[in-house]
Design a binder for this molecule. Structure first.
Ligand SMILES: *[C@@H]1O[C@H](CO)[C@@H](O)[C@H](O)[C@H]1NC(C)=O
Ligand SMILES: *[C@@H]1O[C@H](CO)[C@@H](O)[C@H](O)[C@H]1NC(C)=O
Ligand SMILES: *[C@@H]1O[C@H](CO)[C@@H](O)[C@H](O)[C@H]1NC(C)=O
Length: 343
């Protein structure tokens, strides 16, 4: 439950959870003469419907409850234009859009900080070690110069990351097939494409099923690791990576994948599987790639990594557009959109 009391003139409450928060806050606001502002991230009743059933009586009651209390608020925020339109159409609720922001932990790192993390990961994953010898001065990706600065190697593999909860919502086989196609392509064409190291983070029901499949692949140019990361290391690894892959489809298409928001916080370009409101975050060819299937994802790997790491024009273009996009949509949003609600 994330709600905040703002000098008791306003109460800002996040929804969901809506039971009993909305009612409690509304009663408090009435008694204290303060205004209630709801921050809509989703519909509480639709989350309840996942564990019960769409037609369950409780779900129907919860829906009506959410509608009534939602309409009694004096202001509303929501996370996408799609949600804004849906609130309007569904319950005649007018909301202002405030897109999710990454937390401050997600940021860019210096080469020295990246080297530190890779050196740490090397201890548990030899995939990060230099092929020849394992001295502290170099990893597979980085080398410490004589003046103690750190450079990235020119013959390093491309590093990609995906984070999944291994559920049907995130169909891992799409990524697996794309990696297989990439392997076949590089074996066949012998082109200017680098090897890939793909880190998959996250826990979930189908993880061991896919780990067995991964282990059975004898790929020469693609390696997949499923590291267990300390919480503080995940944002750092994102900052080291060349391309993030998002396989999360939001079925209702009303909110956006937080993992991509976090990746953008680290200025990391992504290839994201398409769904209806994704373009509020990822714009194909502008700040990242949008794909529908494995074939498109594999083609995007080829585009991103042609002549990598010498030529990174496309990735650099995405990075600079992510910066602009961040400034436009996140940095000023509070002042422009939220403050007026409290005036
Ligand atoms: C309501 O008013 C009381 C007393 O003025 C105050 O202590 C309390 O924090 C207020 N609650 C809210 C939610 O504003
Ligand atoms: C993944 O898990 C779900 C539920 O646990 C199951 O229905 C599905 O068949 C699994 N998929 C695979 C590929 O194992
Ligand atoms: C993504 O899907 C939406 C419909 O859900 C479609 O309008 C849009 O063109 C697609 N975007 C891309 C880049 O394919």
């Amino acid at each position: 439950m994330a709600w905040r009391v703002d000098a008791s003139e306003f109460i800002l409450v996040q929804n969901p959870p809506c039971i009993p928060t909305l009612a409690v806050c509304l009663i408090m606001s009435v008694f204290n003469g303060s205004k209630l502002v709801i921050d809509w991230h989703n519909y509480g009743y639709s989350i309840l419907a996942l564990s019960l059933n769409k037609n369950h009586l409780l779900v129907k009651i919860a829906k009506r409850y959410e509608e009534i209390f939602g309409q009694l608020s004096s202001g509303n925020l929501c996370v996408t234009n799609a949600m804004k339109n849906d609130l309007k159409k569904r319950w005649h609720i007018c909301a202002e859009v405030m897109h999710d922001r990454p937390s401050a932990r997600f940021k860019q790192l210096t080469n020295e900080e990246k080297h530190q993390l890779i050196t740490k990961l090397m201890k548990t994953h030899t995939e990060f070690s230099a092929v020849s010898e394992s001295d502290e001065q170099q990893t597979r990706f980085t080398v410490v110069n004589s003046d103690d600065s750190v450079s990235f190697k020119h013959d390093r593999p491309a590093l990609i990351i995906s984070s999944t909860s291994w559920t049907d919502d995130e169909d891992f086989s799409v990524l697996l097939h794309a990696l297989q196609m990439y392997e076949d392509y590089v074996c066949g064409e012998n082109g200017d494409l680098p090897d890939l190291l793909c880190a998959i983070t996250g826990k979930g029901p189908n993880k061991s099923y896919y780990q067995k499949i991964i282990a059975s692949k004898n790929w020469k140019h693609v390696q997949v690791i499923t590291p267990w990361l300390e919480a503080e290391d995940y944002p750092k690894l994102l900052a080291c990576v060349d391309l993030g892959v998002s396989i999360k489809k939001k079925k209702k298409g009303l909110d956006l994948p937080m993992k991509v928001v976090d990746m953008f916080g680290c200025c990391l370009p992504v290839a994201a599987i398409n769904f209806s409101c994704l373009n509020e975050l990822v714009q194909e060819g502008v700040n990242g790639f949008v794909f529908e299937d494995s074939l498109e994802l594999c083609e995007q790997f080829q585009q991103a990594f042609a002549d990598f790491p010498h030529n990174q024009d496309l990735l650099n273009k995405f990075r600079s557009n992510i910066k602009q996009f961040r400034e436009r949509t996140w940095n000023n949003a509070w002042d422009e959109i939220v403050l007026p609600l409290f005036k």
